[in-house]
Design a protein around this ligand. Structure first.
Ligand code: ATP
Ligand code: MG
Length: 379
């Protein structure tokens, strides 16, 4: 079956589209990536999404207009990847754009992804699965991360303990103990959001460059500075890092206001922009490794990176320095595109939904049992 996966994450940089040929059932899947591409958001739409994520008020009417503007971008991404690369797809799995995420605490969590699936199904004339997170959340789960089951399928190793670390706007890990048979969901699989991925670095770069740049390409700017370790130790006291998994987060917590708090605590150190970026980058690495040290039963032999942050050479250097014996690599080294993996995951989740196969991993999201993920909209 040919499935298009569509994903835009907390970086709000653009829509990742993956055209995937999938066969098999449950965990015994064959997944062949035929094409992948990122379609950047128009600047005005990106600015509006970032404003809404940062808490800008929106009337219901304006919400409806934004929902459909995002759906149209997603539909166009699906149409573009089909016309540019190959024949038509049978199914679309669209994550949509998260604009609000409240993890469960004493109540159920709430999450909102815009870009309604019915509009995508209509515009593309292709059956579309959307709203993947709500069913898991309705059972009390975090609704995130949802990529873990695919990570088990594609990236488990018979002998090695692996951490698959996605570095999008937010970071998330899947912990994969050795898996000897591929037909069972590995016992002991864990996963959670580790905290900031690129979000703080991106916000700082945007501020320091007066909006000229949106990210630190390859970490080249940060590499010119020196990380301030006392600040990193201070910032690691943030309660999110102490919280026991399952846990998830978003731009609500690691927000523009949070960056300003970080910059205020940095003021006494009189850091240059390069030093500040080095500190934020090493803090991102430190928060990932702190999560591993606190919550993993076994240290990973390999830490396998994916997502845009895997292109940040300085961040990779910080991670490798902090991880010591664990080998840092990318999913590309294991034959899975690091840029497309999250989009591939939503293609596979749609495929599982189509075949009535649950997509969540309860040990990851904290849901009490597996559930079917996503609402199915016929063409
Ligand atoms: N060459 C690069 N060097 C450094 N950072 C990069 C590079 N390319 C991309 N990035 C970073 O990756 C980010 C985009 O990553 P990605 O698309 O994986 O995140 P996302 O949209 O939040 O997705 P998700 O939530 O699925 O993880 C950019 O905002 C930027 O910070
Ligand atoms: Mg992205």
């Amino acid at each position: 079956m040919r499935v298009i996966g569509l994903m835009s994450g907390t970086s709000v940089d653009g829509i990742d589209a993956a055209l995937v040929d999938i066969s098999g059932r449950e965990l015994d899947l064959q997944v062949n990536l035929m094409a992948s591409q990122t379609y950047p958001y128009p600047d005005a739409l990106r600015d509006q999404i970032l404003a809404v994520c940062a808490g800008a008020p929106l009337s219901i009417e304006a919400l409806a207009v934004l929902d459909d503007a995002i759906a149209t971008q997603f539909a166009q991404a699906a149409q573009s990847i089909q016309t540019e690369y190959s024949p038509t797809a049978d199914l679309i799995g669209s994550h949509g754009q998260t604009v609000f995420h409240r993890p469960p605490q004493n109540n159920l969590g709430y999450t909102l992804q815009l870009g309604r699936g019915a509009a995508i199904a209509h515009q593309t004339q292709t059956s579309t699965v959307s709203n993947f997170r709500v069913a898991d959340m309705a059972t009390g789960g975090q609704g995130a991360p949802l990529v873990s089951k695919l990570d088990v399928c594609l990236l488990s190793h018979p002998e090695f303990y692996r951490c698959v670390q996605n570095i999008g706007g937010i970071g998330n890990v899947t912990y994969l103990p050795p898996l000897t048979t591929s037909d069972q969901l590995g016992v002991g699989v864990k996963g959670w959001d580790t905290g900031p991925g690129n979000v703080l670095m991106d916000l700082a770069v945007t501020q320091f460059s007066n909006g000229e740049l949106t990210y630190d390409a390859d970490g080249a700017w940060a590499a010119q500075g020196m990380p301030c370790q006392p600040l990193i130790a201070e910032w690691l006291k943030h309660p999110f890092f102490q919280d026991t998994p399952p846990k998830s987060t978003g731009r609500e917590l690691f927000s523009p206001e949070y960056l300003q708090v970080c910059l205020q605590t940095a003021a006494p150190y009189q850091l240059s922009p390069a030093d500040t970026l080095a500190t934020l980058t090493d803090f991102t690495a430190a928060s990932i490794v702190y999560n591993y040290d606190q919550f993993l039963p076994h240290s990973p032999d390999q830490v396998v990176l994916c997502g845009g942050g895997s292109h940040n050479g300085y961040l990779r250097h910080c991670l490798q320095t902090r991880l010591g014996a664990s080998q840092v690599m990318t999913t590309d080294n294991l034959g899975v595109s690091s840029d497309a993996k999250e989009a591939i995951a939503f293609a596979v989740l749609a495929y599982w939904r189509h075949h009535q196969i649950p997509g969540n991993v309860p040990t990851v999201t904290g849901a009490p049992h597996p559930v079917l993920l996503g609402d199915l909209h016929p063409a």
